[in-house]
Ligand binder design. Structure first.
Ligand code: TMP
Length: 200
């Protein structure tokens, strides 16, 4: 089973992903909790690319390099019967790099290009849960974090979230409004997972 959490910065994905991991562990599952960018040197290269504000094409290739290796790792865990929980995946590239590339090439063309790069390494999740938040709230949640990236701008995040909502329709994501309490979000997420018969 492969579960993905997506959402703009400050949407609470990371907290919810770890709460879900603990919940599933308590039901006896072996969990591989992971994230993109990864914690490998490739993930570090990605973070450096963001920090140095490399052009959107460079950033897209960096994200794909990191993901190509990550997918091999994810496959191994799935084959071992583990539940993989991933904090960001390909849809982050569609939404963020889509938002970055759309002014120069248009959103449809940008998404097509990104989908083409993804197609040979493709591994589809069983469920994608999109946490939505007002970008202002999201920024409020992250403003105290030490690591600030150029992406964390309200206007940009508004565009990113719009693309996420568009992708949700296109790919059939589950959407959960995260502008409520973390407990309420967690309950909604558990409801979704019950449909997959992995929790009672
Ligand atoms: P993080 O804050 O979740 O660690 O992600 C770092 C930033 O990278 C975040 O602003 C989202 C962005 N990002 C992309 O632009 N494209 C991607 O494919 C991924 C995985 C993340």
């Amino acid at each position: 089973m492969f579960i993905v959490f997506e959402g703009i910065d400050g949407s609470g994905k990371t907290t919810i992903a770890s709460m879900v991991a603990n919940e599933l562990k308590s039901h006896g599952y072996k969990i591989f909790l992971t994230e993109e960018p990864t914690r490998t040197w490739l993930g570090e290269a990605v973070r450096r690319g963001i920090k140095e504000e490399k052009n959107p094409f460079t950033q897209a290739f960096l994200f794909f390099a990191d993901r190509a290796e990550h997918i091999r790792e994810i496959k191994k865990h799935i084959e071992r019967g583990e539940i993989v929980i991933c904090d960001r995946y390909i849809y982050s590239t569609y939404a963020y790099q889509g938002a970055q590339l759309s002014p120069s090439m248009g959103l449809e063309k940008a998404l097509k290009w990104l989908e083409t790069i993804y197609s040979p390494i493709r591994l589809d999740p069983d469920v994608v849960i999109l946490l939505t938040t007002s970008p202002l709230r999201g920024i409020g949640r992250i403003k105290n974090r030490e690591r600030r990236e150029s992406f964390e701008r309200r206007e940009f995040l508004e565009r990113v979230q719009k693309i996420y909502v568009y992708l949700a329709e296109k790919y059939g994501f589950e959407i959960v409004d995260s502008d409520t309490s973390i407990e309420a979000v967690f309950e909604k997420v558990k409801e979704i997972l019950r449909k997959f018969d992995i929790i009672p």
